[in-house]
Design a protein around this ligand. Structure first.
Ligand SMILES: *Cc1c(COP(=O)(O)O)cnc(C)c1O
Length: 369
């Protein structure tokens, strides 16, 4: 008989998790800081969402509607979906974790891509599953590599489209090819956190693929273009069976009333979303070109952020640049944990933040060469 441990022991996999390290929030002792580390919108939330949160403050003693009907109905109306096939969560992070929990058993494999969003690895390990990393080509997910990684143990594939932190995306024809190549019992999770920002005719967030298949789920978030990251709110659209499974394991009140009210107001405020898209359409190319003119390499991005590469491979330049910018109150994101030690990720900010960051990087490159 094996000896029992002397203290509570987490399940296999849990202690293999490197806890997610959020972007730096603050630089102390400064009154003006440009926060460009977490892909937050520079435009704040929709005024309608702010009003909805304020109105909800008078009723905080009440449990929220556990099925978030008002929010699911508003989302369904906006996208022409069946509200019964939507589940809301405390951020899409919660939904990604619930999907892993529901579909991955200890010892099962789940696939994500080389520079894919790190929450996937955490979600897989948290269930006792085995993360399988599919190599990327040119910092872009490769359908062939993902399909080559599938084994009889594969239960789930996470694909961020566009991906964070690379900003690259797969055209919808490639997503379809991926889906066609997967066995029917493998769940394909399309994380479309940045879908609203994408301006490419060959892109689709996956709504139609979800509607026409039994093994595809799309997740969305209110944290990015809607500017509601503080509230923790996301949603998924999936097959009825998947929705049923997630509804059985989620907390009965997993989304708070202020978040439900704000989300319903935000999703209906198309003018606000259009303004945010227009802002990004102006400043994403501007930032990309300005950084390239400094001699830096920028991965073409479909999101509201860019991945900026510094010349040396060991990451010293990127780390030095990060410190140089932090000293000037500009917070970008180190992405060494994503296998990108020589790069920094920069969120598209307001005009002042974008211009200040380019100027600071110009000064950095001048002084350090
Ligand atoms: C920001 C982000 C999310 C959103 O997470 P929330 O939990 O909804 O805030 C999901 N996926 C990716 C790839 C992201 O970058």
């Amino acid at each position: 008989m094996t000896a029992l441990p002397s203290k509570p022991t987490p399940r296999p996999g849990v202690l293999d998790i490197a806890a997610y390290v959020p972007g730096t929030q603050d630089v102390t002792g400064r009154n003006r800081v440009h926060r460009l580390a977490s892909n937050e919108t520079p435009l704040g939330p929709s005024p309608a969402a702010i009003a909805a949160v304020k109105a909800s403050a008078d009723h905080l003693q009440l449990y929220p509607d556990g099925s978030a009907t008002m929010l699911r109905t508003a989302i369904a109306a906006q996208f022409g979906l069946n509200a019964d096939r939507i589940v809301c969560g405390a951020g899409s992070d919660e939904l990604l974790n619930l999907l892993a929990q529901a579909y991955i058993e200890p010892g099962d494999e789940a696939i994500y891509t080389e520079h894919g969003f790190l929450i996937y690895r955490i979600a897989i390990l948290g269930t006792g599953g085995i993360p399988v990393v599919a190599p990327e080509t040119d910092l872009t997910a490769s359908v062939d590599a993902i399909l080559a990684a599938v084994t009889p143990k594969t239960k789930l594939v996470f694909l961020a489209n566009p991906n964070n932190p690379t900003g690259t995306y797969l055209p919808f024809s490639e997503v379809r090819r991926l889906h066609s190549g997967l066995p029917g019992h493998v769940l394909l999770v399309l994380d479309a956190a940045y879908a609203e920002y994408v301006r490419h005719n060959d892109y689709d967030s996956g709504i139609e693929l979800v509607a026409t298949s039994d093994n595809v789920v799309m997740t969305r978030t209110f944290s990015k273009i809607h500017g509601l990251a503080a509230l923790r709110l996301g949603w998924l659209y999936g097959p009825a069976d998947v929705v049923d499974a997630i509804n059985r394991i989620r907390g009965p009140f997993n989304v708070g009333a202020p978040a439900i009210a704000a989300g319903a107001a935000a999703i209906a405020d198309q003018t606000f979303v259009d303004t945010a898209v227009a802002h990004n359409e102006e400043w994403l190319p501007w930032v990309t070109r300005a950084l390239e003119q400094l001699g830096l390499t920028v991965t073409p991005s479909a999101g509201n952020f860019v991945l900026v590469h510094f010349p040396d491979a060991d990451g010293k330049r990127a780390a030095d640049a990060d410190r140089f910018l932090l000293d000037r109150g500009i917070i970008l994101r180190r992405v060494a944990a994503y296998g990108l030690p020589n790069a920094l990720r920069m969120t598209i900010g307001d005009e002042e933040a974008n211009r200040d960051t380019v100027e600071a990087l110009r000064a950095f490159l001048d002084t350090e060469t």
